[in-house]
Design a protein around this ligand. Structure first.
Ligand SMILES: O=C(O)CCC(=O)C(=O)O
Ligand SMILES: [Fe+2]
Length: 284
């Protein structure tokens, strides 16, 4: 297992192939045992004793968890699928982070605790044109809104990891519900068949899952009796598009190393050089 925030690891041709084909890839065993222990301690400290409500929603932007935001194992991938080559730089990231949260689920946690009840959903239905959609043009992936899930505990397939309908990020037909603009499969005549075809992953602690939010995906009951789920969900976008409202405290970003700060700069391009984060150039 490797670790440390050193040089970014380029996205491999194999990763591109499978990410394009399925809409998600697993990076198993990225973090060292020491890193996992430190991060888990922070994550568990951020949730209340019932283990579901997050007390400090900004925890994953701080401490050891902060280093996940631009971990070298994902920087190469995000630069490939969210950035144009001409914007790549040593000093600034060519993509943005726009959401980060911690999830702790003890054995028996039910997806009914989520507002969507575990319904398979997407950012926008992929068969329509929009700024978040997954696309490939000129042999280049553009993955609109992209999520990186860091699993800090073991995940066993079929026991509560995030599940995906592989390939659905490129679907051209709707999900069988009454409204083609609905970003989920509610009221679909094929709901059971869709759910049956969804797949998830097994992974050791310290693994990362990267998926496009144009892929149908869902939360699931945590039925693994051996350990809770402890995961950090980080969301990224291009320099010029924003889905989430951030409202992240300026002081938290200001305390980060300068390159990491650039993940939180304003969302615009023309009218000056938009590289560095500042109090006057932040995404809100
Ligand atoms: O909680 C989960 O496993 C699914 C989370 C989810 O819907 C997302 O990351 O967009
Ligand atoms: Fe989601």
């Amino acid at each position: 297992m490797k670790s440390g925030n050193d040089a970014p690891i380029p996205m491999s041709e194999e990763q591109k192939f499978f990410f394009d084909l399925r809409g998600w890839i697993l990076l198993p065993g990225v973090l060292s045992d020491d890193e996992i222990a430190a991060m888990k301690a922070e994550a568990f400290a951020a949730v209340d004793p019932s283990q579901h409500m997050v007390i400090n929603p900004d925890s994953s932007y701080q401490g050891a968890l902060q280093t996940l935001l631009d971990h070298p194992a994902i920087v190469g991938i995000l630069s490939e699928i969210l950035a144009e080559e001409r914007f790549l730089s040593e000093d600034y990231y060519a993509f943005r982070c726009e959401s980060s949260f911690i999830t702790v689920r003890s054995p028996g946690w039910s997806k009914r605790e989520r507002s969507d009840g575990g319904l398979p959903h997407v950012v926008r239905p992929p068969q329509q044109a929009n700024a978040m959609r997954y696309q490939v043009a000129g042999r280049k992936i553009f993955a609109g809104l992209t999520r990186v899930v860091w699993e800090l505990e073991e995940v066993k397939a079929g026991h509560g990891g995030t599940s995906f309908l592989s390939g659905s990020h490129k679907a051209h037909f709707n999900y069988g519900g009454p409204d083609p603009y609905r970003p989920n499969i509610s009221e679909s005549m094929w709901e059971n068949n869709i759910r049956e075809m969804m797949e998830d992953y097994s992974c050791p602690p310290g693994s990362a899952v990267v998926f496009t939010e144009s892929l149908l995906h869902a939360a699931n009951d945590w039925t693994n009796p051996d350990n809770p789920r402890c995961a950090v969900f980080n969301c990224y976008n291009s320099l010029w598009a924003q889905w989430h409202r951030m409202n992240l405290d300026h002081a938290i970003v200001e305390a980060m190393p300068p390159k990491r700060r650039s993940l939180f700069r304003g969302v615009w391009q023309i009218g000056g050089q938009n590289d560095a984060y500042s109090i006057d150039n932040r995404s809100l």
